[in-house]
Design a protein around this ligand. Sequence first.
Ligand SMILES: Cc1ncc(COP(=O)(O)O)c(C=O)c1O
Length: 437
Amino acid sequence: MPEEEREQIERELSEYVREQFPSLQNKINGCSIAYLDGPGGYQVPSRVIKGMEEYLININANAEGSFYTSRKTDEMLENAREVFSDFFNCSREEVAFGANMTTLSFILAQALMREMKLGDKVIITEIDHEGNRAPWLELRERGIIVDEVPIDVNTCTLKMDDFERKLLRNTKVVAVNYASNAVGTISDVNRIVRMAHEVGAYTIVDAVHYAAHRPIDVQEIGTDFLVCSAYKFFGPHVGVIYAKKDVLSKLRTMQVRPARHYPPYRIETGTLNHEGIAGAAEAVKFVADIGARFGHTKKLQQSLAGLQGHRRNIVAGLLTFESYEQQLTDYLLNELSTIQGVRIYGPPEGHLRTSTTSFTYAGYAARDVAQYLDSKGILVWDGDFFATTLVERLGLLDQGGLVRIGIAPYNTREELTRLIDSLNDTAALRTFVSTKR
Ligand SMILES: Cc1ncc(COP(=O)(O)O)c(C=O)c1O
């Protein structure tokens, strides 16, 4: 596609996307806000807010009653499952909701523990967020062996040969990250799942970070479970899990007597966050709307071949975002690499990655850099982002960790230029840090 045409499409996309987000009008001290904190949670479009408001004003009831608003609640919940079945490419009976990814993972770990005996093994990884480590590390108390796949600190990727060595017949669970929320590395989960299944292990994929950046296809991955959180992709604070129907139907989950003991309800506990789920479904519809409007480029046609309806639009929406984020990421990586003292941590060129970019700045603590940027209306995270083990292996845990730049579809090249200019303004940064102390 000619460069000019591509730029025109990107401009139209960016304008349309930004119009959907009321929070982008907010200012701090008269300064417009650059929300580069996306990997910690995205801004939400109007339709998500309206969806939640609509539920609370016109429906709002507990589920499974015989009266109007309760029936409407059941309808909304089933519709939301339908929407997420297209998001994951699975059946409606394979979509369950919970508080957040971490809570769902603790619930899952407790259930899978009942399938294990002393000396059985769980494999986790060093690249994972603690939400996909702690629930499994807890099982050590019950005599379960927990082995960790290390990362190669030079490439921020998993050491696959080590995984292969550790994957023995006594491995009952493999819990792995899809994309790193700290450095953006995308891991080869298809291969990991295939290998884990060869020894009969259950697989759990943490797609919390990945879900915002690329389409998920649980059929292609073949995993037993995949967990994500709607607040990481335009939605409210709700966890969502894909659970393979025949696996979940046999799993001994913890449930109260009157609950429905069959999929997908078998892994849900208590009253769900109804308004949050209504909003989460709208978040997916927002992505689908982008796909319907902007997903007709020649470039996408091959990836969309054979897809139809809502699933097609969701995939098209995410691929549209991916390509938009890609050019911003290239720009950011290029510019950052020219700043003296900046060291970027992440996968090597050519390796699959998300737009999330982390770095250190010699002479400045990550917290100082984040606070300095905040003073300019540029919001970024610093620290370990709960990817504590990874940051520890990188040798940065005692030094305040990393500065993380998240690029979401509502971000712009101008915002990144603002960021780069601020980082280049070392006089201002030095003054900020010294007056702070
Ligand atoms: C990759 C990854 N996994 C898990 C989590 C935990 O998600 P939740 O807050 O929904 O428990 C996060 C949150 O930052 C994350 O980025």
